[in-house]
Each structure stands twice: as C-alpha cells, then as structure tokens.
Design a protein. Structure first.
Length: 170
C-alpha cells in the first residue's frame, strides 16, 4: 500500500479509537468531545484550537483523533503538537510496557528501565519511545512526557493524579 494511503487508513483508525474512548468516558459520567483533523461532521467536531480550549475550560475531556490530517506525521507527533497548542502540562503515552528502556524489554531480559531521562538523551541515544519530531516538539515547548503501562489496572488514574509511575522524559 502507498505510504500516504496507509497513513490515512491509520488516521481513520484513530478516529474509531477516539469515538470508543468518548463512549467509555461518557458512560461513567465524564463529558467528552471528539475533535478530528479530518472533517467528519456526523461523528466528531473538526479540530479548532479555540473550541478545544473552550471545552477544556468547561471541564470537558477533549479527545483528538485523525492525527494532524496529513500523511507522514505520526500520532506521537500530533499528540505533541496538540499538547503545545492547548498548553497541556504533560503528554501521557500509555503503552504496553511500564516505561522507557534502553532497549526492548520484550527481547532483552537485561534491558535497563529509566525512571527519568532528559529529552536530549532520548534524541541523542535514539531511544525508541516516540519519534524524534514528537520529542523535539515537547522539548521545545517544555512539555514533560509520562510513559506508562496502560494494561496495569489503576495506572491511568495514577497518571492523571500525577503519581510517579513509568518513566518521565523532561
């Protein structure tokens, strides 16, 4: 498949995830809005920074889907971009491992976990946690990145509460 086409398919998948997350949050009483970079007015709002900010001011959760609307940009880069645009305090990367390692802990039993590390270390050592554009955007905007295991019960609540879990890039 052509790379641009594959990227658009991936963007559509993130919209499905965003809608599913919205449904789950609203079922437990959390007012939520989905905004997408690709127009889909029947199922989500278009991404408009000022509208996102207003939703946040009103106490709503805003879920961004559809990437940035352009191929060749990862969801990590879009997360960093949206975080900078809305003046977020942190980017939370919920993943399948419990933090950042010097190499893949699923392949190497002696992989070393970092509790914290600097943006520059991630970039210079080419640590594969997020793409370099996302790391650089967070670095340039002084937005810390919290990396944690999404599958461990209670981790999302701990992350939102600011408890030290996983790894922190700052």
């Amino acid at each position: 498949m052509d790379r641009a086409t594959a990227d658009y398919v991936g963007m559509l998948a993130t919209v499905m995830n965003a809608i599913s997350l919205q449904d789950g949050l609203e079922r437990v009483g959390v007012p939520t809005r989905v905004q997408t970079a690709i127009e889909m007015q029947e199922i989500a709002e278009p991404y408009i920074r000022r509208r996102a900010m207003r939703h946040l001011e009103k106490g709503r959760v805003v879920v961004f889907g559809g990437g940035c609307g352009n191929p060749f940009f990862t969801t990590d880069t879009t997360a960093a971009l949206r975080a900078a645009e809305i003046n977020a305090e942190v980017v939370m990367k919920a993943t399948k491992v419990d933090g950042v390692y010097d190499r893949d802990p699923n392949q190497f039993k002696d992989a070393k976990k970092y509790s914290s590390l600097r943006y520059q270390q991630v970039l210079s050592d080419e640590i594969a946690v997020m793409d370099s554009t996302a790391i650089a955007l967070c670095k340039d905007n002084n937005i810390p990145i919290m990396v944690f295991d999404i599958f461990k019960k209670g981790n999302i609540s701990k992350a939102v509460a600011g408890e030290p879990i996983g790894s922190l890039i700052s």
